[in-house]
Design a binder for this molecule. Structure first.
Ligand code: TYD
Ligand code: MG
Length: 453
C-alpha cells in the first residue's frame, strides 16, 4: 500500500512546511501549523470515478481563438451584473465573501431562483426543506432552480452531470470535502483541493460557478489567501447587520473593473435592488439640524449623495474623544488639525463624533469638505441651509483641492433637487445650463464665511 503523504500547513496563511513549527515564518502567527494529509490516491479528472485522458492544450494565435458571441450571462439582477462587469462570464469562478448573516445565501438563492436558466444550488449548510422555506418567501414557483444538500465534491459532480445546470452555486466552500484529501472540511488543503476541482469543472464545461466563502474575524476570507488567487472574481458583501442596506463590491475581477458597487436593501422577501441610492441615504428632515452636511461622492462609476453627521461637544474627561462610523478616524484627526492650525478653530479640547448615515462606509476624499462643514456647523450650532452640498478634498495646508468626476457629482446633486454645491476653484467645470448654484472655493475660510456669515 502506498504511504499517505502528509504536510504541515499554516491555517492562517496557507504556507506549507515539511515538519511542524511553532510559529509560521511567513505570517508570524503562533500555533497555526497543522498536519494535513495531502494525497490519498491518484486523481485524474473532476468527473466522478471516470478516467478521462485530458486533452492536451496547444498554443493558438490570439486571432484564431474563437469566442462565443454572447460572452456574458445576464443574471437578471442589475446590481450583481454591474459589480461583475456586465454579467457572468461562462466558465468563471466567482467567490462571494461576507460576515455571517449579512445575506450571502439569500443573495445567491434569490439570483438562482429568478434566473430563467437551469441553476443548481448546492448547500452544505442548510437542508432542502430549510432552503425551500426561504425560497417560498423570496420567489415562489421557480421551475428552473434545483436544490441539493451535499458536501462531497464527487457526489456534487455526479449530480451536476445528471442535472446539467447552466450555473452552479456552492454554499459554502468551507463545508465541502473531497475524497482525494483526508483532512477535515474547511481545512486549508480541503478548501484548496475542492476549489481546484471546481475550477477544472468550470473551465472544462464553461459553466460559471459561484462560491460562498466565510470570512474570519479580521475580515479576510477563511482559508488560504491562495483561494482568492485561484478564482476569477472575488466579491465582498458587506453592511451593518443593524441596518438594512447591504453593499456588494468586487475586490478582484479578471473580467471587469473593481470600482463598481451594488446596493441592496434587506426586506422580508429577500434583497431588493436599490437603483437610486442617494434618495434613501439622505434623511428627509425639514427642520434644519446643526451638524449635518451632504456630500456628493462617487462610488465606482456611480454618483451617490451621502449625509454626514457630526457632534462637537466640550470634553468631559481629560482626553477628548474622537470617534467615527463609516469614516477613517485618522483622516478625521487630520482634518481637525487642519481646522485648528489653518482656520483657527479651537477643537483641541472638544469631543468630536462623526457618522455617515445609513451604515455605509466611504473612503472617497471628496467628502472632506462636507465633513468639515458638518463639524463646524455642530461647533457653531448653526444649521447648514437646506439644498446645500459639498464635493471637494481638503489638503494639509487648508487648501480646497479638486476632485475627479466633478461634473458627474454636480449633475447628481442637481438631479436630486440641491440648489447649491461647493467645489474647488481648481476644478474644471464643463457643465452648461445648470440650475444649481456652483460655489468655487479655494480656502476653508471662503466656505466658512459663505455658510456661517
Ligand atoms: P443569510 O443569507 O442566511 O446570511 P449568510 O448566508 O450571509 O450567513 O441571511 C441571514 C439574514 O437575512 C437573517 O438574519 C435574516 C435576513 N433575511 C431577511 O431579512 N429577509 C429574507 O427574506 C431572508 C431570506 C433573510
Ligand atoms: Mg449562509
Amino acid at each position: 500500500m502506498a504511504k499517505t503523504k502528509t504536510a504541515f500547513f499554516c491555517q492562517n496563511c496557507g504556507t506549507q512546511y515539511a515538519k511542524w513549527v511553532g510559529q509560521c515564518s511567513a505570517c508570524k502567527e503562533w500555533n497555526t501549523v497543522v498536519e494535513e494529509v495531502i494525497q490519498k490516491e491518484e486523481k485524474t479528472s473532476w468527473k466522478a470515478n471516470t478516467t478521462t485522458v485530458s486533452k492536451i492544450a496547444k498554443p493558438l494565435r490570439v486571432n484564431e481563438i474563437s469566442t462565443n458571441k454572447e460572452l456574458r450571462l445576464n443574471t437578471f439582477d442589475l446590481e450583481f451584473n454591474r459589480v461583475l462587469g456586465g454579467g457572468l462570464v461562462p466558465g468563471a469562478l466567482v467567490l462571494l465573501g461576507g460576515e455571517p448573516g449579512v445575506g450571502k445565501s439569500t443573495l445567491l438563492l434569490q439570483i438562482a431562483l429568478k434566473l430563467p436558466y437551469r441553476t443548481l444550488y448546492v448547500s452544505g449548510e442548510e437542508s432542502q426543506k430549510q432552503i425551500k422555506m426561504r425560497a417560498d418567501r423570496i420567489h415562489p414557483n421557480s421551475e428552473t432552480c434545483f436544490i441539493l444538500t451535499e458536501t462531497k465534491t464527487q457526489n456534487i459532480f455526479r449530480q451536476i452531470e445528471a442535472t446539467e445546470p447552466d450555473i452552479v452555486v456552492i454554499d459554502s466552500i468551507q463545508t465541502l470535502h473531497s475524497d482525494y484529501i483526508e483532512s477535515a472540511a474547511g481545512s486549508i488543503s480541503q478548501v484548496r483541493e475542492c476549489t481546484a476541482e471546481l475550477i477544472k469543472f468550470a473551465k472544462e464545461t464553461n459553466t460559471p460557478v459561484i462560491l460562498i466563502g466565510h470570512i474570519t474575524k479580521d475580515g479576510s476570507i477563511a482559508g488560504p489567501k491562495i483561494l482568492e488567487h485561484m478564482v476569477d472574481t472575488v466579491l465582498q458583501f458587506e453592511g451593518d447587520r443593524n441596518y438594512v442596506y447591504r453593499i456588494l463590491r468586487a475586490l478582484k475581477n479578471r473580467f471587469g473593473s473593481t470600482a463598481e458597487l451594488g446596493i441592496y436593501e434587506m426586506q422580508g422577501g429577500g434583497l431588493r435592488q436599490v437603483n437610486n441610492p442617494s434618495e434613501i441615504l439622505i434623511s428627509k428632515n425639514d427642520e434644519g439640524l446643526s451638524g449635518t452636511a451632504i456630500a456628493s461622492t462617487v462610488e465606482g462609476m456611480r454618483p451617490l449623495m451621502i449625509e454626514i453627521q457630526a457632534l462637537v461637544s466640550t470634553a468631559v474627561y481629560g482626553t477628548p474623544q474622537r470617534s467615527t462610523t463609516g469614516y477613517n478616524a485618522k483622516r478625521l484627526n487630520m482634518l481637525l488639525a487642519v481646522l485648528e492650525k489653518r482656520a483657527g478653530f479651537k477643537l483641541g479640547a472638544k469631543d468630536v463624533f462623526l457618522n455617515i448615515t445609513g451604515g455605509i462606509s466611504v473612503d472617497d476624499p471628496a467628502i472632506d469638505l462636507a465633513v468639515i462643514a458638518a463639524i463646524l456647523s455642530s461647533n457653531e450650532d448653526i444649521p447648514i441651509e437646506k439644498g446645500v452640498c459639498f464635493a471637494a478634498e481638503v489638503g494639509l495646508a487648508g487648501e480646497i483641492r479638486p476632485v475627479q468626476r466633478v461634473n458627474q457629482r454636480i449633475s447628481e446633486a442637481e438631479k436630486l433637487g440641491f440648489t447649491s454645491i461647493y467645489v474647488s476653484k481648481n476644478n474644471k467645470i464643463t457643465l452648461k445650463n445648470t440650475k444649481i448654484e456652483i460655489h468655487l472655493v479655494s480656502k476653508i475660510e471662503d466656505m466658512v464665511s459663505a455658510l456661517f456669515g
